[in-house]
Ligand binder design. Structure first.
Ligand SMILES: [Zn+2]
Length: 237
C-alpha cells in the first residue's frame, strides 16, 4: 500500500520538477539569483546547495570567470594567453594583487579559475577563521609564487606541475591586522593552539574550493607552504 502511494506520488513530482525547470530555463519563472542555477556567479552570495554547480560553471569558462571576478570587486588585469615551452604556458590568466579582498605581498599571474577559488576562500573562510582562532583579520598573504615552467616537486623528469600552467599558488604566511605574522614553517606545529588551528582551518577550507590542497601534512617538501591548485586530480592533505 505504502509502495503504491509512493509510486503514485513519484510521477507527478518528477513532472512538476521538469515543468518548473523548463519554465525557469525559458525565463517564464524568475527566481532570486541565489536560487537560480543559471544566474551569474556571485562570490559574495551566501553559499547554498547550488553554489558548487554555479562555481564550477563560472570556473570552467574564461568569460564567466572574469565576469565573476569583476562582479565581486576583485582587482585584476587579463593576461594574454601564452605558450612558453612544452607543457608550459597559460590561457585565461589574470594578474592580480589580491586574494579576494585581502592583499598579496606581491602581485601574481594565475589562471582566472585559481583567482576565483582564492576569492571564495577569502570571502567565505579566511576572515572568519582568523577572527575565530586569532581574534583579528588577515591583512596580507605571503606567497612563494604561482606560474613556473617546471615539473612536479622540481623533478628533472616526470609530469608537469600545475604551476606550469599558472593553475597553482604556494602560500607561505599571513600578516594580521594586529601586527602579528604567521608562517607555515614556524606555526604549523605552533605551541600556540590558535595559530595551528587557524592554519588547519585554512587548509580545510581550501579543500572546498581547490582540486588539490597540500599542507605540511602531505610531505616534507611542503613544510613551508600550502600548495593549492585546480584542473588536475583531487587531494586534500
Ligand atoms: Zn606548489
Amino acid at each position: 500500500m505504502v509502495a503504491r502511494i509512493a509510486r503514485l506520488l513519484v510521477v507527478p513530482l518528477i513532472l512538476a520538477i521538469l515543468v518548473t525547470g523548463a519554465l525557469v530555463a525559458a525565463g517564464r519563472i524568475v527566481l532570486p539569483p541565489r536560487w537560480d542555477p543559471f544566474a551569474p556567479f556571485d562570490i559574495v552570495e551566501t553559499p547554498s546547495f547550488l553554489t558548487r554547480f554555479k562555481f564550477a560553471r563560472a570556473r570552467d569558462d574564461g568569460d564567466l570567470c572574469r565576469a565573476a571576478l569583476t562582479r565581486g570587486g576583485i582587482a585584476f588585469e587579463p593576461v594574454p594567453d601564452r605558450v612558453t615551452g612544452e607543457g608550459c604556458g597559460f590561457t585565461d590568466a589574470v594578474r592580480t594583487p589580491t586574494v579576494g579582498a585581502t592583499r598579496l605581498a606581491s602581485p601574481v599571474i594565475v589562471t582566472c579559475r585559481v583567482a576565483l577559488s582564492l576569492a571564495m576562500l577569502d570571502r567565505h573562510a579566511l576572515g572568519a577563521a582568523a577572527r575565530r582562532h586569532l581574534g583579528t583579520p588577515v591583512t596580507r598573504i605571503e606567497h612563494l609564487g604561482t606560474y613556473a615552467c617546471r615539473n612536479i616537486n622540481h623533478a628533472a623528469s616526470g609530469r608537469r606541475s600545475r604551476h606550469a600552467t599558472a593553475d597553482a599558488i604556494d602560500i607561505s604566511g599571513f600578516q594580521l591586522a594586529d601586527g602579528r605574522r604567521l608562517t607555515l614553517t614556524a606555526d604549523w606545529s605552533s605551541a600556540d593552539p590558535g595559530r595551528a588551528a587557524f592554519l588547519r582551518a585554512v587548509r580545510d577550507a581550501a579543500c572546498v574550493w581547490f582540486d588539490v590542497t597540500l599542507s605540511p601534512d602531505h610531505n616534507p617538501l611542503h613544510y613551508d607552504h600550502f600548495h593549492f591548485d585546480v584542473g588536475g586530480g583531487r587531494a586534500c592533505r
